[in-house]
Design a protein around this ligand. Structure first.
Ligand SMILES: O=C(CO)[C@H](O)[C@H](O)COP(=O)(O)O
Length: 228
């Protein structure tokens, strides 16, 4: 994932989005270092008496939310009012996500929310998406999906783990192919092509899903609508 943003910028974005959380809400809790600032801010608000329920998007966000004292629920039992999540790249109204290999659960939770707020630092903004698209694949489909991605003009690379030998294994027990397509002129068309490949569990293109972006800087936060 892009690592250029400062912690102060991420903190400003996360805490700004957390201010949108209201009493009684069910909140989708995103994954990554920027979303973590939102989760911590929500935790402090819960400490101060805010009544909310969180729906985590990953093992990481579940653990953090538990540490912060946020009551949790499953999507089977609640519907999400507001989701707050990070992004690896943002262009127009579209995102690439999955730097933390959590994009399958993130997409389920974020897409189900009445409102989806993206939290980011300025390094995530681009004119055209070109960040490699993470694709979560069933392990037996790793080679067939990689070949299909090449036919679509992409360059797939199996994501390797940093602190163990072998590949990254997602929270769902699957593998991740990071697929470099260069500049993506038509994210909706590519998203549809990728979703149709047998063995693809989920890809990291989030097309026209988000409502608003909070871009943090050390000096403040800019809010911008992402959908018409
Ligand atoms: O999509 C994600 C995880 O799957 C993250 O939201 C994305 O990688 C951004 O992370 P960070 O805020 O740490 O830069």
């Amino acid at each position: 994932m892009k690592q250029g943003g400062s912690d102060a910028a991420k903190q400003a974005a996360g805490e700004s989005a957390a201010e949108a959380v209201e009493d009684g809400m069910v909140v989708g809790l995103g994954t990554g270092s920027t979303a973590a600032y939102a989760i911590r801010a929500i935790g402090r608000a819960v400490d101060a008496g805010l009544d909310v329920v969180g729906v985590p998007t990953s093992f990481q966000s579940r653990e953090l939310a538990r540490d912060c004292g946020i009551p949790l629920a499953d999507l089977d039992d609640v519907s999400v009012d507001l989701a707050i999540d990070g992004a690896d790249e943002v262009a127009g109204g579209d995102l690439v996500k999955g730097g933390g290999a959590a994009h399958a659960r993130e997409k389920i939770v974020d897409a189900s929310a009445d409102r989806f707020l993206v939290v980011a630092d300025p390094t995530k903004e681009a004119n055209v998406l070109s960040y490699p698209v993470p694709i979560e694949v069933l392990p037996m489909a790793r080679s067939t999906v990689a070949t299909a991605v090449e036919h679509l003009g992409g360059d797939p690379a199996l994501r390797r783990a940093e602190h163990k030998d072998g590949p990254v294994v997602t929270d769902n027990g699957n593998l991740v192919l990071d697929c470099d397509f260069g500049p993506i002129d038509d994210p909706a068309a590519l998203a549809s092509d990728l979703a149709g490949l047998p063995g693809v569990v989920e890809h990291g293109l989030f097309v026209d899903m988000a409502d608003e972006i909070h871009v943090g800087t050390p000096d403040g936060v800019t809010l911008r609508p992402l959908s018409e």
